[in-house]
Design a protein around this ligand. Structure first.
Ligand code: AMP
Length: 503
């Protein structure tokens, strides 16, 4: 029996006594301990009636057990679906229905609110808490530690990662065993990870960055991670002297720069800082260099493709660029018809390679729109490539807002706003914000006779949308600006509100 991803990431560590995870309270988890826990979870997943190819949804806080559960799912050949812990039950309902998940594992504290949602989609519900308690934890404890992985090949599905949809519907990106493994191999090699590294991990693990880029690279290298439950400036500052590498979103870097304790001495043993998931301002790159002596290595990727480009480990890391295509990845700049454009021109970024996903779950039409028959994926990002092959991202064709490293699709928020009785119509935009990069701002036209009350609108959003999607500001207008085709001119609104959060 072979299991393409499990064998490469986990099985080879079955008897490895090296430390995999350092936890903030000083406790550690060795690779062998982690493997045993993953094996028990795999057996528990099987004993719950899930077969290879079935889906397992999890909405859990970041913890070693959450990672071990994902490892167990991979070993059992079950497709895992990690959900942002900020998602409301209404949002979870959509993911369960769409994926047809057989089992949802959540925190004990959310079991009551998710019970109805799980029942409605005929998924079983179980709990797992980061302190080791919960039904599923108890069940797994009774399971044997020995385990034979399910047979899974390179093209079998490993995970479904949901992205927000521009039409308001989330799409499940189908990632195969080799999509994940091939990319992790390229990254571990390109960024020179070895078993002596200590990776500072403060990213969420329901997203490609923290889950695949960071964790899979560490597993392949066999190095350890300082595994923090979330990004906290004090904790990161405290842990930096013990780290050799950190991966972060740009907000990590801007927040750390605000702390006077950040200096050369604190990061003298760090060899690599990586940034991605949103644009890193060239200014931040420069300030970081001045304060720490390090050039942040910026890379570019997305849920559907894993990582596509990276600035070089050796060689010039150019501020404001995302570097060159990674080995094995083809990247081209095209016009709307998919015709390649001359060097230096701005167009749509398309990518092809073993990293590119298998399509959107249950959405063949959407898959055909974005994945060309020749294998190129239309990323939705606008970019240009210079003479030296460095890629610059100049904008987003897909209207995505990235706030504090989280993606928000305006359409999804607009649909909820428009459904409120006091709202006639709305437009949601991202405006520059010194801390979050961009902040979500809603421009609302009140319904006839309705009161323009931002607080009432925000509290009505509470039940339907995760907090990070809530507008940080609501502006009222008598009408939205529109062009002759009737399209809302968001650029006009962006210009009007550009200085809303200016310092
Ligand atoms: P996600 O699927 O959540 O990883 O979001 C992917 C999107 O984040 C991409 O399509 C880009 O728009 C954006 N993104 C990721 N990395 C970068 C980067 N280094 N610079 C600019 N945008 C980025």
């Amino acid at each position: 029996m072979t299991n393409h991803l499990f064998d490469a990431l986990f099985a080879r560590h079955a008897t490895n006594s090296a430390i995999f995870l350092h936890l903030p309270d000083g406790q550690t988890v060795t690779y062998a301990e982690f493997f045993t826990q993953a094996a028990r979870f795999a057996n528990a997943i099987r004993a719950s009636g899930l077969n290879p190819g079935d889906r397992l949804a999890l909405q859990l806080d970041k913890s070693p057990d959450m990672l071990a559960l994902i490892a167990g799912a991979i070993g059992a050949g079950v497709v895992f679906l990690p959900l942002n812990s900020a998602y409301t039950p209404a949002e979870v309902a959509y993911f369960l229905n769409d994926s047809g998940a057989k089992l949802l594992i959540c925190e004990g504290r959310s079991a009551a609110s998710l019970k109805g949602v799980a029942e409605a989609s005929k998924a079983a519900l179980s709990t797992l808490n980061s302190d080791g308690s919960g039904d599923f934890a108890d069940f797994a404890r009774q399971m044997p530690a020995s385990f034979t992985p399910s047979d899974r090949g390179a093209d079998d599905l490993a995970g479904l990662l949901y992205t927000s949809g521009t039409t308001g519907r989330s799409k499940g990106a189908m990632l195969s065993h080799d999509n994940l493994l091939s990319n992790a191999r390229v990254l571990a090699d390109s960024w020179r990870f070895t078993q002596s590294d200590v990776l500072l991990h403060a990213l969420p693990v329901f997203h490609t960055h923290g889950l695949f880029v960071a964790t899979n690279v560490a597993l392949l290298a066999g190095c350890s991670m300082i595994f923090l439950p979330k990004f906290d400036v004090n904790e990161v500052i405290r842990q930096l002297p013990a780290s050799t590498a950190m991966m972060g979103v740009p907000t990590f870097y801007t927040r750390l720069l605000e702390d006077p304790r950040l200096d050369h001495e604190r990061v003298k043993d760090v060899r690599l800082f990586v940034s991605g998931s949103a644009p890193l301002l060239a200014e931040t790159h420069k300030q970081w260099l001045a304060r720490t002596g390090h050039r942040i290595l910026e890379r570019y990727g997305m849920t559907e493709t894993n990582m596509n480009t990276s600035n070089p480990y050796d060689g010039e890391r150019r501020a404001g660029t995302v570097g060159r295509p990674l080995p094995g990845v083809e990247l081209r700049i095209c016009d709307a018809e998919g015709r390649e454009m001359p060097t230096g021109e701005i167009g749509m970024i398309e990518v092809r390679g073993p990293n590119v996903f298998q399509g959107y779950w249950n959405m063949p039409a959407k898959t055909r729109e974005e994945l060309r028959p020749n294998g190129f994926f239309i990323t939705g990002d606008l970019g240009q490539v210079d003479e030296d092959g460095y890629v610059t991202i100049v904008g987003r064709g897909k209207d995505l807002i990235i706030s504090g490293g989280f993606n928000i699709y305006p359409k999804e928020v607009e649909l909820v706003l428009d459904g409120l009785p006091q709202v006639l119509e709305s437009a949601v935009i991202g405006v520059p914000h010194p801390d979050f990069g961009e902040a979500v701002v809603a421009v609302v036209v009140p319904a006839v006779g309705a009161e323009a009350d931002p607080q009432m609108i925000t509290s009505s959003l509470g039940q339907q949308l995760a907090r990070f999607k809530h507008p940080k500001h609501i502006a009222f207008r008598a009408a939205l600006p529109r062009n002759t085709m009737g399209k809302v001119q968001k650029n006009v609104l962006r210009d009007e509100l550009a200085d809303l959060f200016a310092l």
